[in-house]
Design a protein around this ligand. Sequence first.
Ligand SMILES: [Zn+2]
Ligand SMILES: [Zn+2]
Length: 311
Amino acid sequence: MTDNPNLPGGAVLPADACERGALASFIAMFAWPALIVSSGAILAIGFTRGHPAIYFNLSYAWIVLWLFVLEKHLPYRSDWRRNDGQIGADLGHTLLNKGLVQITIIQLMSLEFFANRGSGVIGALPLWQQIIIGLVATEFGLYWAHRLGHEWPLLWRFHAVHHSVKRLWIVNTGRFHFIDSNLSVLASVPFLLATGISMDAIIWVSAITAYVGVLTHCNVAMRCGWLNYLFNTPNLHRWHHSTSPVEGNTNYGQNLLVWDQLFGTWLYKREAGPGFIGIHDRMPRRLLGQLLMPFRWKRYQAAPADSALDL
Ligand SMILES: [Zn+2]
Ligand SMILES: [Zn+2]
């Protein structure tokens, strides 16, 4: 264990993975790429068997199961494994998002304007090139939706729900106010569809977004090295959750960091991570209160801690 005076309450950071033995060091270096590649391999099998949707679910479950195992045996912060009283709210937001975001995506996909998927010049390119084009184009919308969520006070009221947690682990990955996540979809899916990539490429882009996304919050001692320059890794996303605006208003990319690199918001420090995770604003403890929060933001922020507004 390594004392870190920056951590709240004198908390202690787990020893760096390299100090925990050869196996821990090996896992820390290769877990992220191994989980992405192995999940992609499961999805590829699904395509050859004509059932990409079923195999996508299997590949997603594969990552989630491994992350639960790794969070137990190789945590980034062991004090983040304690119950924070937010598991119910985290899961409630996740389920609400899954349902409503699916409806929004289906509505967008059915628009006539995007009907000629894969029939143009871009759709004739090799699949891997279409996937890269799809990822970069989608990321442009995701980047600006996320950045505005931090820089525009009205949108921050919604995005603050995601940032109000004081630790990161797999269970709060999907903790977004459903209006926040739907705005991200509305800002990004049109860019994805406008590229004219094929339906197979769209499935791959969606799958990669899901794989990278579920890894960002994991409480696992990963060392992603050079991958931090290209992809949104747990190393980078922890800085994004820092209470310090200088550290937190960075790394907006959801999959790729290409737009952060271009617009100067990419942040990577080789130290383990920020000392404090969370926000300075107040946030209700319960799901309903968090959902209503953006609509009575000023009243709630000004109210005493035990007021009736604290649903
Ligand atoms: Zn954010
Ligand atoms: Zn996050």
